[in-house]
Design a binder for this molecule. Structure first.
Ligand code: 1CP
Length: 343
């Protein structure tokens, strides 16, 4: 059976617009919370192939998305490199900070695949469990976004620690980005080997960097990952998500070689249609808070997105992930609308 999401990502759109949502598995679903409650540590949950496969499938059963995104987290990569990573309820991620030569020297790629191997097992399981027309998406965080957590030791508002280290000690900072490029490329290659049909690289915190830093910390590492993955799997689509990168988006698309780009909620769609959609598939970009509000406004905005991006390859998605307070019935209404829409 044809995987219409995979075909669209390759630049071959059909008459129906495929859809999936960032954070489609997660806390807004009661059945997710039920499985999640059986493991106290979030990282251990990510490394439990049966449970991770189950929560990946939950939204597909409910809503019939065209894509299933592997359940894991972007912080699996620092964990695989030997950094201590844990999640505290209500506080998000915590890590022992990497911010000088000594803490950098504690990182190692040596046992990476052993440490994260459960993720590859989750993918292999999903490959057998998914309907044959559903595209299986692997993912990783982009080096810059992952580095913001590694350096700060937590999530942060303006990524001050990472920016300051990048400016103050560019040698150390670049070594860290290079290590992340190598580890992330190896991680994505193994995901594809295990059965991922396409992969997304999340650069959630690429906003508001000066042009030179955007070039060195966002574009260059992403291009290096794309080159490494394409050298092994030239046909596997790669989706970039340089979130909130504004006017730098066309340069990102040109320079990195991604096959598709995920648009955040703030990207003006007619501009995106005239610039980036001429070159690659675009994905997005409904405001996740519209799905909390629901109703006519949600459907109107979804229709606007579908119409405005109807001139080329488009994957319907959100501009960022679902928030935990999203009512599942609004997701059902939105999904039915998108599924019935014809170009
Ligand atoms: O206990 C829980 O259930 C915690 C909530 C949760 C979930 C459901 C976290 C913690 N991670 C995830 C899964 C996850 N994370 C997925 C797979 C599920 C899916 O999308 O359906 C993916 C792709 C991610 C990616 C991820 N993790 C990103 C990039 C995408 C984005 O949202 O911008 C980022 C930044 C993270 C870090 C992270 N993971 C979790 C938290 C609370 C955070 C911190 C976010 C922050 O700093 O604000």
């Amino acid at each position: 059976m044809t995987k219409i999401l995979l075909e669209t990502l390759k630049g071959n759109p059909g008459d129906r617009v495929p859809f999936w949502y960032m954070r489609q598995a997660g806390r807004y679903l009661p059945e997710y919370r039920e499985v999640r409650a059986t493991t106290s540590s979030f990282m251990e949950f990510c490394y439990s192939p049966d449970k991770a496969a189950e929560v990946t499938l939950q939204p597909i059963r409910r809503y019939g998305m065209d894509g299933a995104i592997l359940f894991a987290d972007i912080l699996v990569v620092p964990d695989g490199l030997g950094q201590k990573v844990w999640f505290e309820t209500g506080h998000g991620p915590k890590l022992t900070p990497v911010n000088n030569q000594e803490t950098y020297d504690n990182l190692s790629f040596k046992n990476f695949h052993d440490k994260v191997g459960a993720v590859y097992q989750t993918i292999a399981k999903l490959k057998h469990m998914l309907p044959s027309d559903v595209t299986l998406l692997g993912f990783a965080g982009a080096p810059w976004t992952v580095a913001t957590y590694m350096i700060e030791g937590a999530g942060s508002k303006d990524h001050a620690a990472a920016r300051q280290l990048g400016y103050r000690d560019s040698e150390l900072f670049n070594k860290l980005l290079d290590l992340l490029v190598d580890a992330t490329a190896a991680y994505l290659i193994r995901q594809i080997e295990a059965g991922a049909d396409a992969v997304q690289i999340f650069d959630s915190w690429s906003a508001a960097l000066p042009a030179s830093a955007f070039e060195d910390w966002v574009i260059k590492p992403t291009r290096a990952i794309v080159e490494k993955v394409k050298a092994v799997y030239p046909e596997t689509p790669i989706i970039g998500f340089p979130r909130l990168s504004g006017a730098a988006l066309p340069a990102f698309v040109d320079a990195t070689g991604v096959n598709a780009v995920s648009l955040d909620t703030g990207v003006p769609l007619s501009w995106a249609a005239d610039t980036v959609q001429q070159k690659v598939c675009v994905q997005g970009n409904l405001d996740p808070h519209l799905v909390v509000a629901g109703g006519e406004r949600m459907i109107c905005e979804a229709e606007y997105i579908l119409e405005t991006l109807s001139g080329g390859a488009h994957v319907f998605n959100l501009g960022h992930g679902f928030v935990p307070e999203t009512p599942p019935e609004n997701v059902a209404q939105l999904s039915a609308f998108v599924k019935n829409y014809r170009r």
